[in-house]
Design a protein. Structure first.
Length: 330
């Protein structure tokens, strides 16, 4: 079964991590930067494990030096998303990579990203919103500077604040001040948790950062009391099955808990995380989940409605996207 025509919502997408390898290679060539060591023989990204993945990720990001670069990146990413049937996406944007957390520079990068997003919405029918994202392994102080960037640009396009990076660095609570700053600016909150660390990490994210969505969160299944809390507190998980398997969180898709979490009433959604790094897109994710768990078009329609209900966008945008999900023939 092909799910390409199905209109989709993606909530967990890192814009740099979604950069097509050919785009990064081309940009590196333009800038006379040798990045040959980060690619496989067939042109994909090459890395050994999660820590090396972060190194390769940052190496690829190193050629993105200007607002123009990020505008071009945004266009390339959204064209790929639209090709896979995505009609609404949220992407993590890091001021660390866009102007070094300087508010003035960040505004210039953001303007280029928004201009490209508006062009893709007009031409490809895909809507994008941004989640300003702190990098956990950079530490709490840079996260506060990131939160200032988020505060200063919160609005129709920047609608959320979150945290990615190495989950094994520090504690969720170390970043509470930055999340409080974002909350005061009216931004919606998410954080990566429960991917590499277990259920206690998810619990800390809920208790200390008071987020409404969890990036990944799959290891919550190891604590059924926590699973019950996710249901009771109406927490949505941004699940990235292909990423989890590729990085070795689970040995294969049959061991992945997304179906068990859904069966227990947890609101789960499906995303790609850093798709070219994991040789995936949303069509591939849907096809694999369908084969493994027997999910059909109706299941994915329900997942996408769950996703748009949890999206960090205004009600008018939500209604417009929801209409696409409910009425488009597939």
């Amino acid at each position: 079964m092909s799910f390409k025509a199905l209109p989709k919502v993606e909530l967990h997408l890192h814009i740099e991590g979604a950069a097509p390898p050919e785009f990064i290679r081309g940009l590196a060539k333009e800038k006379h930067v040798d990045l040959s060591g980060i690619f496989t023989d067939d042109g994909g990204y090459a890395y050994r494990d999660f820590s090396h993945f972060l190194e390769v990720y940052e190496a690829a990001t190193s050629v993105l030096k200007s607002p123009e670069d990020f505008g071009r990146l945004t266009k390339a990413v959204l064209e790929d998303c639209a090709e896979a049937g995505v009609v609404y996406a949220e992407t993590f944007l890091s001021p660390d990579f866009c102007g070094g957390r300087d508010v003035g520079a960040w505004r210039e990068y953001l303007a280029a990203i928004q201009e490209a997003a508006a062009e893709c919405e007009r031409d490809a029918g895909i809507t994008l919103r941004g989640i300003v994202t702190a990098i956990r392994h950079f530490g709490p102080e840079p996260a506060r500077e990131t939160a200032i960037c988020a505060q200063q640009t919160a609005g129709d396009f920047i609608t959320g604040f979150g945290m990615g990076g190495d989950e094994n660095a520090g504690k969720q609570g170390d970043f509470a001040y930055a999340f409080d700053m974002a909350r005061e600016a009216g931004l919606r909150l998410t954080t990566h948790a429960g991917e590499w660390r277990g259920p206690d990490e998810v619990r800390a994210a809920l208790d200390d950062l008071k987020v409404e969505r969890i990036g990944h969160g799959v290891r919550s299944i190891e604590d059924l009391t926590l699973v019950e809390r996710l249901v009771e507190d109406d927490i949505t998980l941004e699940v990235c099955p292909g990423s989890n398997v590729f990085l070795g969180v689970y040995p294969d898709l049959s061991a992945h808990p997304i179906a068990k979490l859904r069966e227990r009433g947890v609101k789960v959604t499906v995303s790609t995380d850093d798709p070219p790094f994991f040789r995936t897109d949303l069509v591939t994710e849907y096809e694999n989940l369908s084969r493994q768990f027997g999910w059909e078009t109706s299941d994915f329609n329900a997942l996408n409605l769950t996703a748009i209900d949890a999206a960090f966008c205004d009600d008018a945008t939500r209604a417009r996207v929801r209409k696409k999900l409910e009425t488009q023939d597939v």
